[in-house]
Design a protein around this ligand. Structure first.
Ligand code: PDD
Length: 277
């Protein structure tokens, strides 16, 4: 594992931040997870763009150069000689005596952690995995990728306890996204996914899949869909940086479609993999 703290390489055991870092005390920070395939970053610029937008949303002023952050990401992967890696980026409002107001003087804490990424078991993609549904109890600004992830962690833990791969959130009757991925359904050859508004993270992988769908000439709508539509779908799949494009064949114990990854899902996986080569 390679760690850079505020732009400097530090040993893992020495990589420490203040007990009064606002990321620690308030969850006052943002993060990104970027995937590296065979030494190449997968849409790093899109991740950094989302990070910049998120910073504007929470009035976080970067006091470092985003180009430096980009360089550090590349150095971290090079230092570790990683071929397949995940790169975790976190930026917080920095350390100051605890008070809710933004500190007048503080410098951002910015961290890059690169480690080797093992691909998920191939059988997950071949046979599909299962999911559960849970109420979406998060705040109303899920488009901002903050480090406040307790509802996501609780949801993922529920999924694990149920022997499921992922937890799919619903706000009332509407399916939003999942604990660390976006959700797509296919009905009568038409793709549906929640619109990119304040209720979901605008996933980079989601965007890539929309581009793939367009390229394949698939019918597609960024439109909300209900829990009933989820259970009644022909195909369901998740998208995410670490999840990639993952077929869901069972939700809350109910079989989706034929209980195997569907044709559209498989063709999207195939196209997605071409982009990682
Ligand atoms: N999670 N929705 C949520 C709530 C997420 O946390 C993520 C990513 C996604 C997918 O976004 P993207 O395609 O940009 O990775 C959707 C990261 C990987 C994580 O928390 O580890």
């Amino acid at each position: 594992t390679v760690v850079y703290l505020n732009g400097k390489r530090v040993d893992y055991s020495d990589a420490k931040v203040s007990v009064e870092d606002r990321g620690f005390q308030f969850g006052d920070g943002l993060y990104e997870v970027v995937r590296v395939y065979e030494g190449r970053f997968f849409y790093l610029d899109r991740h950094l763009e989302r990070l910049k937008k998120g910073a504007q949303e929470i009035y976080l002023n970067f006091d470092f150069d985003i180009e430096d952050l980009k360089e550090v990401c590349k150095k971290a992967v090079a230092d570790g000689e990683f071929k397949d890696a995940s790169v975790y980026i976190q930026v917080t409002r920095g350390a100051a005596p605890r008070q809710h107001n933004f500190p007048e003087k503080s410098t951002c804490t910015w961290v890059v952690i690169a480690r080797e990424a093992k691909p998920q078991p191939e059988e997950y993609y071949e046979n599909g995995v299962s999911a559960i549904t849970v109420p979406d109890e998060r705040w109303m600004r899920c488009n901002v990728k903050t480090v406040q992830l307790i509802p996501n962690c609780i949801a993922k833990e529920k999924a694990k306890k149920a022997g499921a791969y992922e937890a799919i959130f619903h706000r009332g009757d509407i399916v939003t996204e999942a604990s660390s991925s976006n959700v797509f359904i296919v009905k009568n050859k038409k793709l549906l996914t929640h619109p990119a508004n304040n209720l979901i993270l605008h996933g980079i992988t989601r965007g890539v899949v929309l581009e793939i769908a367009e390229k394949l000439g698939l019918e597609l709508e960024e439109e909300t869909f209900s829990l009933d539509q989820l259970f009644d779908a022909d195909e369901v799949f998740l998208t995410g940086t670490m999840t990639e494009v993952m077929p869901i064949v069972k939700v809350d114990g109910k079989i989706i479609g034929d209980g195997v990854p569907g044709d559209l899902t498989r063709s999207i996986i195939e196209e997605f993999r071409k982009l990682t080569k």
